[in-house]
Design a protein around this ligand. Structure first.
Ligand SMILES: CC(C)(COP(=O)(O)OP(=O)(O)OC[C@H]1O[C@@H](n2cnc3c(N)ncnc32)[C@H](O)[C@@H]1OP(=O)(O)O)[C@@H](O)C(=O)NCCC(=O)NCCS
Length: 143
């Protein structure tokens, strides 16, 4: 895997860098209260993307993952190492991802690292309750 060759580090979140990244509407923007769960990702010392999570209100150690890589760093499997760092740093036990159905690269990336799409009846229930939109799916991975 390419990612084995990349030295990945998570540092303080940088709002300006985040705003400069294309596709940033794909992730939930950090708020004042959860900015501490967001980081700028460095690959080989260069800013390469943003990673963070929105903590679950009713389950401990559970995060709704948010990841955005600069285009030059996509398709190299970096997501795997980045999530491993997040799991370690924030002691996450269950990871969720809400992804637009049309975002096949993200669905594929999450599948490759062990995320599973929730069964259709659970997705329907989440849609009925308004937790996800009709055009989204939810994926889950237990650590
Ligand atoms: C989603 C994202 C983080 C995936 O991370 P990644 O480290 O690039 O994931 P992978 O390297 O495993 O690639 C996953 C898939 O992306 C696609 N891909 C490959 N190269 C790519 C490139 N240069 N640009 C975009 N997508 C590419 C492929 O379909 C690949 O699957 P494959 O390896 O089976 O061919 C990254 O694509 C990204 O930042 N996307 C924009 C923001 C976004 O959609 N975030 C997720 C919101 S839920």
């Amino acid at each position: 895997m390419f990612s084995d060759y990349f030295d990945i580090n998570l540092k303080e979140f940088n709002q300006e860098f985040f705003e400069s990244l294309p596709d940033n509407r794909q992730i939930v923007r950090p708020t004042m209260t959860n900015e501490k769960y967001y980081h700028t990702v460095y690959a080989e010392g260069e800013p390469a993307g943003i990673v963070g999570f929105v903590p679950s209100e009713n389950m401990r150690d559970t995060g709704f993952m948010q990841i955005l890589l600069a285009p030059a760093y996509r398709g190299k499997g970096l997501i795997s190492k980045i999530y491993d760092r997040m799991i370690e740093l924030h002691s996450l036990k269950t990871l969720y991802a809400t992804i637009e159905k049309s975002n096949t690269a993200s669905i594929r990336a999450h599948e490759k690292i062990g995320f599973k799409i929730l069964p259709e009846e659970k997705l329907e229930d989440l849609r009925t309750k308004g937790f996800i939109q009709p055009y989204e799916i939810r994926m889950e991975r237990d650590v």
